[in-house]
Write a protein that binds this ligand. Sequence first.
Ligand SMILES: Cc1cc2nc3c(=O)[nH]c(=O)nc-3n(C[C@H](O)[C@H](O)[C@H](O)COP(=O)(O)OP(=O)(O)OC[C@H]3O[C@@H](n4cnc5c(N)ncnc54)[C@H](O)[C@@H]3O)c2cc1C
Ligand code: SF4
Length: 492
Amino acid sequence: MTAEPLWLFADQLGPHVHSTDEHRDREVVLVESTRVLRKKRFHRQKLHLVLSGLRHLAAELGDRATYLRTDTYREALERVGRPVVVHEPTSHAALRFVERLRKEGLVAEILPTPTFALPRADFEEWAGDRETFRMEDFYRSQRRRFDVLMEGGEPVGTWNLDHENREPPPRGKRTLGVEPPWQPPEDEIDEQVRADLDALDLPTIGRDGPRWFAVTADEARRALAHFVEFRLPHFGPQEDAMLHDDWPMAHSLLSVPLNLGLLHPLDVAREAESAFHRGDVALASAEGFVRQVLGWREYMWHLYWHFGPDYLHRNALRAHTPLPDWWTSLDADAVTAACLRSALEGVRDRGWTHHIQRLMVLGNHALQRGYQPRALSDWFREAFVDGFEWVMPTNVIGMSQHADGGLLATKPYAAGGAYINRMSDHCGRCPFDPRKRLGDDACPFTAGYWAWVRRHRELLAANNRTARAVASMGRLADLDAVLEQESAREVF
Ligand SMILES: Cc1cc2nc3c(=O)[nH]c(=O)nc-3n(C[C@H](O)[C@H](O)[C@H](O)COP(=O)(O)OP(=O)(O)OC[C@H]3O[C@@H](n4cnc5c(N)ncnc54)[C@H](O)[C@@H]3O)c2cc1C
Ligand code: SF4
């Protein structure tokens, strides 16, 4: 093989990265860097997925792969002995790093990232000199550009069926009753990864457990096919709902294979579109899913680059509370609030919870209690199996904590217990009462909400989407007592 070897990061593992016409004859370099594994307290299952993905690809590529276990990436590249080509990595820091390596001659060329649908330059053209961003505008431009769920330049049906997708969970049911997600069979590579992780004795968090997520291209295709056939027909209506006994609900669990670069987002969106055209799924389900993959995911990716590295340090609400130990160590047993406990159990046991638990339980709690946004963003990245550098700032700093002052979302995602009660079955099994804001059984979300509104009353009063909350707060006769209670609260 004469062409330069192709160096792949652990989120570039799919055939659309390494086996295109341009690369199929290249040697592939895969690196397991102990320093990277040790750098943070990652979830044990996250480390497992990354190592399992790298090692499975090495086995799949056989003689084409050079697999190096070194302390640092640099050491590995020096061992390769000739310059490599690499695709743009997915974070500001990693991009700066490979640019340095190029100057030093260890990297010959940096190629564009092939793991997203829209090229970065095209996003910049779309963004132009916009100062405010609306996902809906971007999403429509994506639908048009990639011709997904379109008919003669117009959307099939209507652009947006989100209003059909906000149903509470079905009454009296403990689960949605949807076919469980596809689970990959583990093999000897997983066994070896487990043994190696035990031996390395890394500073991990969370419990080890069975592998739930695809780490090879073949597994990812199977997970996608299974989702489209059995679960996509149920995706959508209860997208925002939570049930204690149903951790995956009708979600796809595809964020891991997507973020490992095993599936291309456009292929994923097209599978959903085809299922709609075959008459297998309703438009609301197909559109709802395409909106996530081609809309939200791509939007977050591009805004990561567009907003730049300083965005991560934004703290518009001046939130400075350090994350408590029970939170960082995923000690769900220390939590009394049923909704919060259930979400934290999900993170502890699987390194994954669905979107609404991330946004309206974990994120909502952190927002109300003023957790430091940057520390929270790091926590989400380390504790979630699908957490990668690029996906955190816009989701955590922007959407969930409003720390960007409203650049991304027009209003903060803060809500009291009434919302959680409507959208879940948690409150029925909780010692707190979602209607109470005062007393031993006062719901920490309900009382916490009012304390938060009070703290940010000026900002909220100036926004016509939140001004009503400030007016309602003004009518609470017991507000002072609620504030006192919440500032002393130790039990969540
Ligand atoms: C506070 C917070 C933290 C988050 N952290 C992550 C994270 O670390 N990694 C991650 O991939 N997503 C993250 N998300 C977005 C979203 O919650 C997850 O992508 C989703 O829950 C993954 O489960 P799923 O694959 O079953 O998703 P589904 O509900 O089946 O959605 C389909 C796909 O859409 C994509 N998607 C939807 N919304 C988003 C979004 N806002 N940002 C990026 N992709 C999106 C994902 O690739 C997902 O697989 C976060 C959201 C919030 C509010
Ligand atoms: S009562 Fe409050 S703390 Fe308990 S589950 Fe409901 S919202 Fe969560």
